[in-house]
Write a protein that binds this ligand. Structure first.
Ligand code: NAG
Ligand code: NAG
Length: 200
């Protein structure tokens, strides 16, 4: 009798162990859970920006890098803005060389390219400073970054104002520049959000 009871007991222990193993092995799917946490964090942070849909769609694919860090989120937003500005700038150089551009358009394109290149410079500066933040220089560096990014936004706005969007090329360029200014505005909002956190 006693032997069969302890056999049953042994089976029970084995069963518990097996269940435990199954549970533990399912924790191998944790990266997915972590990335959902990050995705939720990005969505929530983006909801305080002016263009939340663009914010989320441009940053969600970097969830594993950003995790739930407001600093990395702001940094990633600057990165995306810079790379989009660079791509657009290259596209505009190509466009201004193409035939079929009206003289007036070429002029506007050149002015706009200059403003865009200023904005690329300012975004680069802010990204470089982002990488140098520490507790001793935090306030000053954040305020520098806010100044650089605001300047970038101003340059982009000046640039898109050069295009009324009445011609086909003008319309394409204007849309692209507006997109960059929306990305910049979002990045600034995320930077301000990060700056407002308690870093004591
Ligand atoms: C931003 O871009 C730099 C350079 O490409 C890269 O090293 C860094 O990991 C990026 N940071 C984020 C948060 O995306
Ligand atoms: C705006 O920029 C984002 C990020 O680069 C890009 O995915 C999106 O296609 C752009 N939209 C337009 C209208 O250019």
């Amino acid at each position: 009798m006693e032997g069969s009871i302890s056999k049953q007991f042994l089976r029970l222990i084995l069963l518990v162990l097996t269940i435990n193993m199954v549970i533990n092995s399912s924790s191998a799917t944790r990266p997915i859970a972590a990335s959902k946490t990050s995705t939720d964090f990005i969505k929530k942070s983006c909801s305080s920006t002016t263009y939340p849909t663009l914010c989320f769609s441009s940053l969600a694919n970097q969830a594993s890098l950003i995790q739930t860090s407001p600093k990395l989120l702001a940094h990633a937003a600057l990165n995306v803005t810079l790379s989009t500005a660079k791509t657009t700038s290259a596209m505009m150089v190509q466009l201004s060389k193409s035939s079929g551009m009206k003289t007036r358009e070429v002029g506007a394109m050149q002015d706009c390219l200059e403003e865009l290149s200023d904005s690329v410079y300012e975004l680069r500066r802010s990204i470089a400073e982002m990488g140098q933040i520490d507790s001793s220089n935090y306030k000053l560096t954040m305020s520098d970054i806010q100044t650089w990014v605001s300047a970038a936004l101003t340059d982009e706005t000046t640039c898109s104002d050069d295009f009324d969007g009445k011609t086909k090329n003008g319309k394409v360029v204007r849309e692209r520049i507006l997109n960059i200014s929306h990305l910049t505005s979002n990045a600034l909002a995320l930077i301000n959000r990060y700056a407002s956190l308690d870093h004591a």
